[in-house]
Design a protein around this ligand. Structure first.
Ligand code: ATP
Ligand code: MG
Length: 390
């Protein structure tokens, strides 16, 4: 028989979800199968544990998929042994050698016995397996308080033994919390905002506002790349690019300079709301963080959302830039976000923007710009690209 690699998958928050559990698991399985498609990997589920079996050549694809799947708290490549203490000890020794080769010098055994018919309890399993490992590899010592490595033993349908556990993304499976439309710029913040909503189970589409030739093709490619990266966590993203050059020119010609950014934001939101309606998205999502820039004071945020019927979610609103940046590094968007190509807002931003806009004034100015038809055209002519689909 062909050798198969086995991965053990631990469900995250899912296990807490009571009645919704079946729905959540249904979506999680669907997502997992979609990301494993084409890898000849098979999914098996029993008693709150999922297993993926695959041929060894599919390991990179499977591991990449497990690293990015929302709704699992962890995964491990696992050995499977017969349910005898001898077989369990032998597998622990193999796993101990792998840890030792990886530079680990102290370890403990973490044993769990779900199958109570197994004659030894978890304490006895840990003692016997620990002894077997230290006997075979004397340089590897037991340290139950601060081990460098852990060998997990789970006695279930079979005995599962693994030394290298990986953390998953956690959160909830994408597709369990409706659909939202992310306003995606080329900056650091909005990709993180999209990731965070996806991690709460939301399916994400995205809108990018482009102002060619004031913003370059490179800037657009950068946003596409960001959508690709976030899309790999969110089961894909449909990215809509809207051309706002004429709208930006109109604002520059007719509006008081200090108001340009707030008015542009209002126009962006309005275009995004139209796309959201078409896609039956339930909300808009932005990367705004309170007081980070002039347009993100609570007064200006009130102006920018004042014409919308749809809610705007701002998952980063109370986060500091350092924390957002750390998250961007962790999810892999940071390197792309800091590429130099500017998005439109920077080029058209006034030197002394208004800090505390009054919504009534904002709306009076906005209406005088007569943007409605131009926004309609931008939406009609928008281009959709699929990014990061499995
Ligand atoms: P980011 O890092 O996400 O660009 P920022 O700190 O640069 O955010 P702003 O430029 O004020 O802040 O943008 C605030 C939010 O408005 C962004 O997080 C994003 O959701 C949205 N946004 C800004 N520019 C664009 C754009 N060109 N296309 C689509 N959405 C945009
Ligand atoms: Mg920006």
């Amino acid at each position: 028989m062909e050798a198969r690699t086995v991965y053990l998958i631990k469900l995250g928050e899912l296990t807490l979800k009571g009645n919704n559990k079946a729905d959540f698991e249904f979506v999680l399985k669907r997502n997992l199968r979609a990301t494993l498609k084409g890898s000849r990997a098979a999914l098996e589920t029993t008693h709150g544990r999922y297993y993926v079996r695959c041929p060894p050549e599919a390991e990179p694809q499977v591991e990449e998929a497990l690293d990015r799947l929302m709704g699992i708290s962890g995964w491990a490549k696992t050995r499977i042994a017969e349910k005898t203490i001898e077989a369990v000890c032998a597998a622990c020794v193999d796993e101990g050698k792998a840890l030792f080769d990886g530079g680990i010098r102290s370890f403990k055994i973490n044993a769990r016995r779900t199958d109570k018919s197994f004659p030894l309890d978890s304490y006895d399993i840990a003692c016997k397996a620990g002894d077997a490992v230290t006997e075979a590899i004397p340089e590897l010592r037991v340290d139950v308080h601060h081990p460098q490595g852990t060998i997990a033993v789970e006695i279930r349908e079979k005995a599962f033994i693994y030394g290298f556990g990986h953390r998953g993304c956690g959160g909830l499976p994408v597709g369990t919390a409706g659909r939202g439309l992310l306003l995606l710029s080329g900056g650091i913040d909005s990709p993180v905002a999209g990731y965070m909503m996806a991690s709460r189970g939301m399916k994400i589409d995205a809108v990018y506002i482009h102002a060619y030739p004031y913003t370059s093709e490179e800037a657009r490619q950068k946003v596409l790349r960001l959508a690709e990266i976030v899309g790999r966590y969110s089961m894909g993203i449909r990215l809509y690019t809207l051309g706002y050059t004429a709208i930006q020119m109109r604002i520059k010609e007719r509006a008081p300079e200090a108001w340009a950014t707030v008015l542009l934001r209002m126009a962006m939101m309005e275009g995004a709301e139209k796309i959201a309606r078409r896609r039956r998205s339930k909300c808009l999502i932005t990367g705004e963080s309170l007081s980070q820039v002039a347009s993100q004071t609570v007064e200006n945020i009130t102006c920018t959302q004042s014409r919308l019927e749809i809610p705007v979610l701002r998952p980063l609103i109370g986060m500091h830039k350092e924390a957002i940046t750390r998250k961007a590094c962790a999810i892999g968007t940071y390197e792309t976000s800091i590429l130099p190509y500017q998005d439109c807002c920077v080029l058209f931003s006034p030197p002394h923007p208004i800090l505390r806009g009054d919504p009534a004034e904002a709306n009076r100015l906005y209406e005088s710009l007569e943007l409605e038809a131009m926004i309609e055209t931008a939406v009609e002519e928008s281009v959709m690209e699929k990014c990061g689909f499995p």
